[in-house]
Structure formats: C-alpha cells, structure tokens
Design a protein around this ligand. Structure first.
Ligand SMILES: Cc1cc2nc3c(=O)[nH]c(=O)nc-3n(C[C@H](O)[C@H](O)[C@H](O)COP(=O)(O)OP(=O)(O)OC[C@H]3O[C@@H](n4cnc5c(N)ncnc54)[C@H](O)[C@@H]3O)c2cc1C
Ligand SMILES: *[C@@H]1O[C@H](CO)[C@@H](O)[C@H](O)[C@H]1NC(C)=O
Ligand SMILES: *[C@@H]1O[C@H](CO)[C@@H](O)[C@H](O)[C@H]1NC(C)=O
Ligand SMILES: *[C@@H]1O[C@H](CO)[C@@H](O)[C@H](O)[C@H]1NC(C)=O
Length: 633
C-alpha cells in the first residue's frame, strides 16, 4: 500500500511523509511530496508548536466572528508583529526561503541603499514587460493598486516606500513551505497574500504588511496519457504546477500532441487566479471556460492541511475552486486538466476606419453588421478579439481592428463562409477591407501569431461587462445596445472586445458565474486618469467615480437579473454590488463554502468571496489600493 515514502528535513527534524495512495489518480509532483501532516507537530518544541501548529477541527468550531469586529491583522510596528527572532525561526522552518521585500524599482532611489543608475535605467526601460514583474517576488503589474510609491524613475532624492507591497515573500519550492507559512500567518494573525505572476488587474496579489507566498517556481508539468478522473472522464490529461504560465503550458501540450484551453496572454498563469475565476479562452466554443476542463486540484487549506479536491473528494470545495476565485479557499499547488485533441485554427485579421467615403454613420453600420453576426459565429464555435476606437491609422478618426477572427477546427473555406454575410454587407456599405486569412496546423502556432507580446505597468482603471445573448434576441434591446456603444466611442473612449459564448459545453457543475454562461460578448473599457501615473488623490478619485458612472448605460443592458454581469478578473476593483456582478447566482453558495473551509478568514483578497467582512484602510483614494491595514468592518 505504501508506494512512496519521502523523507524531508524540516527545521532539523527528519519527518517521513507518506504519499501512498494518490487521491487525484495521478502521482504527486516532487514538490508536493514534501508536505507535512499534523502528526509532525507533536514532535516539535512547544515554542515551534505555538508558531507553526495546524488548526484542529476544535479550533474551527470555537471561533466567534463577533469577538474580532474592528480588529485588524497585525501590521509592522504593532506589538504583536512577529519579533526578529520569530521571523528567523520561520525562515529556518521554510528552508531559508524568506525574502524581505525590496521594491522592484528601489535601485532608482537612494533610501534603500541600493541606488544604481544603470540598473534603474534597465528597470525603467523594461517596466512594461510582464516578465520583469513575474521574476520579482513581490511586484504586481499595475502600480495603481500598489499605491505608486516606488515608480521606475531615476529619482535618487525621493523616497521609495513599500506601499501595497508585502513585507515578506516566501519563494515556494515545496508544499511544506506553504503549510508552514499558512500556519505561521494564521497563528500570528498576519495578512497572507498569494502571488503567482502578479497579473491581477485588481491588485489581488498585493497587500501591505503581509506575508506573501510566491508560487512562481512551481513549474512542473506531467502528461497523463490515459487519465481516469472521479467525474468519469477517460482520456489524456495534463497535471499543471501552480507557477506554470500559458507559454510553458502551450509548448508542453504541443509537444504531446494535444491542446489545453487557456487564455491569450502568454505570461498569465494557468493554475492561479485565471482558472479560479473561470478563465476565458479562444477555445470557449468547444470547451466553455478553462475551469470546466479541470478534473482534480491539490491544495493547502486554511487549517494547513494538504488535500485533494475532485468531484468525489471534498466535492463542494472542488465546485467552489472552479469559478469561485483565487486567494479564497486555499493555496492551489497543482491542477489536473483535460487535454483536448489537436485541431487546426484559421485566423482572419482585418481593419477599417472612418475616412474617404466612409462617414461616421457608415462606419457604425459596419460595426452593427459585425455585432449581428455573433449568434451565427457562436453556433459555429468561433471567437473574436477586436478594438473599436480612435486612432489606429489617424488619431482623429475612428477605426476598427479585428485581431483576429479565430475559427478553430475550420478550413479556410468554412471560416470564409462564416465571415461572408458580414463582408457582403461591408461591400454594400462601401467599406473596403483586405482580410488576411491564415491557416495554422496547431493551436500553439495560431496563438503565437495572434497574440505576441503584451505590455503592462501602466496606471489606469478597468471595467468590463458580459452582455447576455438575450440582447440579440430582442431587436429593440439590440438597437439600444448599439446606440450605447456608439455614444461611448463617439465620446472618445475605446472598446476592447471579445465575442465569445462559453456555454457549458462539457456539461459540468462548477462555480463559474452565470453571466459567462449566457454571454455573447465580453467588452472592456477602462477610465483614463488625469495626471497619469502622478495623479493626485483628487484626480484618482475623479477617475474612479467616472469609471463607475460612465459604465452605467452598459450595466443597464447587462444586469445580473438578466444574466449579465462583469468578469471579476478584469473588473473594477470598486464595482458596486461586485458579489452578484462577479459571481452571479453562485455567490450565496460560495459564501457558505468559504465559511466552512476558511472560517477564520486566513485568505483575503479584495472582491474575493467573503471579503465584504474586511477593508483595506488605505486612506481616501477613491479607488481601492492595497497600501493599508486589513481590518474587520
Ligand atoms: C495581459 C493580460 C492578459 C489576460 N488575458 C486573459 C485571458 O485571456 N483570459 C482570462 O480569463 N483572463 C485573462 N487575464 C486576466 C487574468 O485571468 C487575471 O489577471 C488572473 O488573476 C491572473 O492570474 P495569475 O495567477 O497569473 O496572477 P496573480 O496576480 O499572481 O494572481 C491572481 C489572483 O490569484 C491568486 N492566486 C495566485 N496563485 C494562486 C494559487 N496557487 N492558489 C490560490 N490563489 C492564487 C492571487 O492571490 C490573486 O488573488 C489577463 C490579464 C492580463 C494582465
Ligand atoms: C523621506 O523620508 C525621510 C524619513 O521619513 C524624510 O526625512 C525625508 O524628508 C523624506 N524625503 C522626501 C523627499 O520625501
Ligand atoms: C497575415 O497574417 C499572418 C498570420 O498572423 C502574418 O504572418 C502575415 O504577416 C500577415 N500578412 C500581412 C500581409 O499582414
Ligand atoms: C511622474 O513623476 C516622475 C518623478 O517626478 C517623473 O519622472 C515622471 O516623468 C512623471 N510622469 C508623468 C507622466 O508626468
């Protein structure tokens, strides 16, 4: 029965870990074999037990929410903040992996003692490169939420401060370190955050005064040729480590002759925040949301235990983990996802704009005809990514870019056929286009050609809506919808859009928001901030207010009661009624699961399930940054 015994050395004490039966029906990764069970604790000194013990079931039941109202997680400088000696003990217990935060751009300032003009110049030049931030233990990609207290500008005499960065990060290379960190954070009442890549558009991988778990190094991948899951799935699967990014996953899948339904930007992680809130994918026409393909999850829960979740084990937790959000129920260490058959992809790009005989009116008739095609394209499993707004060719004129129309499993002929009704209409309107049609043998090649690098690091605010298909079924609503979009763009704003319809193609039961299941279009538009990266508090407040208000006409057409909503992974951090907007009909049930698996709120992230019980006291910025204490409301 005992298939594997892993010996691990922790804090000098040898412990045997039995990784015998594999509840997920696939072997643990090496880094997962290095885990702890509560029985180890009994061998530790009383001092170590106080710091690193697991939570027992009894402790869970004893907890009384009311006792802690108004209280905060401990903060640097508080009398309860761990002493230097305790931090040292902790560092020893996690094999020396503790990293005190030095802000990414500290070499640009003198006050950290690491001033280096050349290094600063390099950081400044690369600040928009996602790889710069993924390689840093603490950095997030959007300075708005960090508080902009250490921007990458050569400013030797200014102060660079931590702002919303964590106080410490642990570079995770095994599960025992995650367990020890969770236990330490819970026992010492520390704020805990998890950072994988730092892409989060709401700053959810940041937190002032926190201990951060940096999962980026968990890069293992395993191909399981004939996987048998608890749900009854039989076929190929890939086990994906928590730190794997899309680029790595697509390369690996390609080598094995399969594909995985993942997202469009190569640097985003698969098994972190992405699938946790559903995860949209250009393969949605075939496989729905990314979370729908996931068959088993390994994770560490708030009590410190390392467990498996699948449709037969901890089934309700498994339900919640697929759609209910990251940093909420536990720290995921790996997931097992279905691998889908290879298929060719045909992409078509095209552009047009106002100018010559194409008036603003004619332009909008062309856009309207484009939107009218969505139901036909949904039926045929296609997907599009597009931008409407001022400025691709001529900053004073409106333009439209389809980059691209994405038709998986199609031939050039069948893809062209899907586009023909719209192209005919454009010709009728006198709009000239030159479609660039390309057939790729594989998902990997099509993905790389369609979405090369992307830049981050800017200061702005996000917003988006998921527009339900019912709009397309009601001519009056559809007219209103087009009118709202036109006004929006004519007022000088842009729309970045995806047409996709991630119905429940695999027929699974998970927590993916009801809005996604009914969507035909996912449209994004962020608010500009006057003053840009140096905006004052008042300027940021005005932008944040504007970001809510100008979306109101969009919101009216996509209310949760009509199965509309907003995608929490790319949403507004101060979205009113985010519970129903981000989670749809699933929220109440998710809140119950949260209460059962994390009754002490060890895990918190802004707009995560249960986060309404807490606030980050960052001052009055108008939007929610992470540069303050985390306290109970
Ligand atoms: C350029 C860009 C392109 C994008 N493209 C897409 C797309 O095509 N489709 C799509 O759906 N979304 C897309 N997104 C949104 C993306 O899904 C979110 O930003 C997501 O949060 C990123 O997850 P991460 O783990 O890489 O990032 P992080 O910022 O590291 O983490 C995000 C959240 O997940 C939590 N988390 C991370 N790891 C774990 C873990 N192991 N266990 C538990 N919680 C964890 C973090 O605490 C945080 O709350 C894109 C974002 C960007 C910036
Ligand atoms: C930086 O911080 C120090 C110490 O808090 C302070 O004395 C100094 O005036 C600050 N400098 C600037 C430019 O704000
Ligand atoms: C057409 O698209 C393909 C694939 O994206 C690209 O490689 C090629 O350069 C494009 N051709 C033109 C003329 O833009
Ligand atoms: C913001 O301030 C920094 C430091 O003073 C400066 O270098 C930078 O150019 C400013 N940015 C903008 C957009 O004005």
């Amino acid at each position: 029965m005992v298939a594997n015994i892993a010996v691990l050395l922790l804090g000098g004490a040898a412990a045997c870990v039995q990784a015998a039966a594999y509840p997920s029906h696939a072997p643990l990764f090496d880094y997962e074999r290095r885990h702890l069970t509560p029985s180890h604790v009994s061998r530790w000194s009383p001092e170590n037990r106080a710091l690193f013990r697991f939570d027992s079931d009894e402790d869970f039941q004893k907890r009384d929410l009311r006792q802690r109202k108004g209280e905060c997680k401990v903060f640097p400088g508080d009398k309860d903040w761990p002493s230097d000696k305790e931090w040292e003990k902790f560092n020893k217990q996690v094999d020396g992996a503790l990293i005190p935060t030095v802000p990414l751009a500290a070499p640009c300032y003198k006050n950290w003692g690491v001033y280096d003009q050349a290094k600063c110049a390099e950081i400044t030049a690369r600040f928009t490169d996602p790889y710069l931030h993924t390689a840093d233990p603490a950095s997030g990609m959007w300075p708005t939420y960090q508080g902009r207290t250490c921007l990458a500008h050569d400013s030797p005499n200014d102060n660079c401060t931590l702002g919303g960065y964590p106080s410490y990060a642990v570079k995770i290379t095994n599960v025992a370190q995650i367990q020890t960190s969770i236990n330490f954070a819970r026992n010492k009442n520390l704020r805990l955050v998890i950072k994988n890549t730092g892409h989060d558009f709401l700053g959810k991988s940041l937190g002032a005064g926190s201990l951060s778990l940096w999962t980026h190094a968990l890069k293992d991948l395993d191909f399981i040729e004939s996987y048998k899951s608890d749900s009854g799935y039989r076929g190929p699967a890939i086990k994906v480590g928590a730190g794997v990014i899309f680029r790595e996953l697509y390369d690996f899948a390609h080598e094995k002759g399969v594909i995985v339904a993942g997202g469009i930007c190569e640097t985003v992680g698969y098994a972190g925040g992405y699938f946790a809130l559903g995860g949209h994918t250009p393969m949605s026409g075939y496989y729905g949301m990314a979370a729908d393909s996931i068959e088993a999850i390994q994770l560490v829960t708030a009590d410190g235990k390392f467990i498996t979740a699948s449709s037969k084990q901890n089934a309700e937790l498994f339900w919640a983990l697929r759609g209910g959000g990251g940093s909420t129920f536990g720290v995921v260490t790996s997931v097992i996802t279905r691998a889908h058959p290879k298929m060719p992809v045909v992409t078509t790009t095209l552009f047009f704009g106002v100018g010559g005989d194409v008036t603003n009116d004619i332009f909008w008739q062309g856009i309207k005809a484009y939107f009218e095609q969505f139901p036909l394209w949904a039926e045929n499993r296609a997907y599009t990514f597009f931008v409407v707004g001022p400025g691709f060719f001529d900053p004073t004129q409106l333009s439209f870019a389809l980059v691209p129309f994405w038709a998986p499993g199609h031939t050039i002929e069948s893809s062209n056929k899907l586009l023909q009704p719209w192209l005919d209409r454009l010709a009728e309107l006198g709009i000239q286009v030159t479609p660039n049609v390309t057939r790729f043998d594989s998902f990997k090649e099509a993905h790389a050609a369609s979405w090369p690098g992307i830049t981050v690091g800017s200061v702005g605010l996000n917003n988006n809506r998921l527009f339900p298909k019912s709009i397309w079924e009601d001519a009056g609503k559809f007219e209103r919808f087009m009118g709202v979009l036109r006004r929006h763009v004519d007022e000088g704003r842009s729309i970045v859009g995806y047409f996709q319809a991630p119905r429940n193609r695999l027929n699974v039961d998970n927590a993916v928001s009801s809005a996604w299941r009914h969507a035909n279009a996912f449209l994004l538009s962020g608010a500009p901030i006057e003053g840009g990266e140096n905006a004052t508090q008042a300027q940021l407040q005005a932008a944040a207010k504007n970001n809510i208000e100008y979306m109101e006409p969009w919101r009216e057409l996509s209310r949760p009661r009509d199965f509309g909503g907003s995608y929490g992974n790319e949403g507004d951090v101060v979205e009113p009624k985010w519970q129903e907007e981000f989670y749809g009909i699933q929220y109440e049930r998710l809140l119950r699961v949260k209460g059962k698996w994390d009754p002490k709120d060890v895990f918190y992230a802004t707009t995560a399930v249960g986060s309404e019980r807490w606030e980050v006291r960052d001052g009055d910025w108008g939007t929610q940054t992470q540069m303050g204490r985390l306290c109970r409301i």
